[in-house]
Ligand binder design. Structure first.
Ligand SMILES: [Fe+2]
Ligand SMILES: [Fe+2]
Length: 364
């Protein structure tokens, strides 16, 4: 539960307790048959990793599948605690992972109609996506109703991506050329703080977590993240790891940049109203400033340059953008459903390992 009887100050105390005394990094808790099989194989060389025979028909909502996929993907980023690095390209793990991501991609393809947009019209089609989003606004709801407890939960949800912000989109760099490549480098340079560690957007997000008295160690809250949250990161990683999906990765990044300024501005104002200091709001303020510029580079030069070079990728660009809209709307629905019913949006009971104060039985 959100523990309404706790004052903000006492909640901070509980969060602080997750820091210095945290246990040694470990694999997340098992959530079901997929993570049981995966974690068993990763920690026991003798245990085989077979291709799953049965995969959910709703991967976007499957906590077990999304965590298994996230952990397979994590081997391509920072690795997993106690897991040999050779697992990254182990054939049985690749086959296991491909089964999960095939189910995930199939669900997205089934839900998103083919756009059949002309390459010259893709930019306008992307702008119309930003105008036609009729779903509830997470930043708007939080501005009107959000508390410090909500701010912490949101930061925990977003930590799965923001602590490695920009990394999966960087996989597009070697796959692009000319104008599109230059545009991507221009955007990514800002995302990585133009070479200054403290200004990297991932560093600024860690600063926000610190200001909220959260634990900003990479991966600390993985046990707390439900399927709709993990799906937002798994989507980008899937698009980033597959060269065939480079058009979708570009479309995803473009819509990311085009839908950032308004929400980031609202989050900054909201956090200020809650008394979060400037250092904790810098992540949002920097995005307001940067993405006013990035959104146009993304549409005009990144998408425009890609489709000038490879016009056949126009549909893929739109697929990536629409997939982002879909997973973000499922994410927003997941959080607001819990919060409007006075429940935590974090995954229980596994989250209790990362945040011991959470009361069992309080919701997800
Ligand atoms: Fe950023
Ligand atoms: Fe940006």
């Amino acid at each position: 539960m959100l523990a309404p009887s706790l004052s903000p100050a006492s909640r901070m105390g509980h969060f602080r307790s997750a820091g210095p005394s945290r246990p040694a990094p470990a694999l997340p808790a098992v959530r079901g048959p997929l993570t049981y099989q995966l974690f068993g194989a990763l920690t026991d060389r003798g245990r085989p990793l077979a291709v799953p025979a049965d995969v959910s028909s709703d991967p976007l909502a499957d906590d077990d599948l999304q965590l298994a996929l996230y952990c397979c993907y994590e081997l391509h980023y920072r690795g997993l605690p106690g897991v040999e690095e050779g697992w990254e390209w182990e054939p049985s793990l690749i086959a296991f992972c491909r089964t999960l991501e095939a189910a995930f991609e199939s669900q997205l393809r089934a839900a998103i109609p083919r756009s059949q947009v002309l390459p010259a019209d893709a930019g306008e089609a992307l702008w119309s996506l930003t105008r036609n989003d009729e779903g509830p606004s997470l930043s708007g709801w939080l501005r009107d109703n959000g508390t410090l407890a909500h701010a912490r939960e949101l930061a925990i949800h977003r930590s799965g991506y923001q602590l490695k912000e920009a990394d999966p989109h960087s996989w597009a760099i070697p796959r692009l050329g000319g104008r599109a490549k230059a545009a991507l480098i221009s955007i990514q340079s800002d995302e990585y703080g133009n070479g200054r560690e403290k200004e990297m957007h991932a560093s600024l997000f860690a600063q926000t977590m610190d200001a909220l008295n959260l634990n900003s160690h990479y991966g600390h809250y993985l046990d707390c993240l439900p399927a709709p949250t993990l799906a937002t990161t798994n989507l980008i990683t899937m698009l980033g790891l597959h060269r065939r999906l480079r058009g979708a990765l570009v479309g995803h990044l473009a819509l990311f940049e085009m839908t950032s300024v308004g929400p980031m501005s609202r989050y900054s104002d909201w956090l200020e109203s809650l008394g979060v200091p400037a250092a904790g709001r810098a992540f949002y303020d920097v995005h307001v400033e940067a993405d006013v510029v990035h959104q146009h580079i993304a549409v005009d030069d990144l998408v425009g340059g890609l489709l000038q070079a490879e016009p056949a990728l126009a549909d893929d660009v739109m697929f990536g953008a629409q997939a982002l809209s879909l997973v973000e709307s499922r994410f927003t629905e997941s959080l607001l459903t819990c919060w409007q019913n006075q429940r935590t949006s974090l995954l229980q009971p596994t989250c209790e390992r990362a945040i011991p104060y959470l009361v069992a039985g309080g919701g997800r």
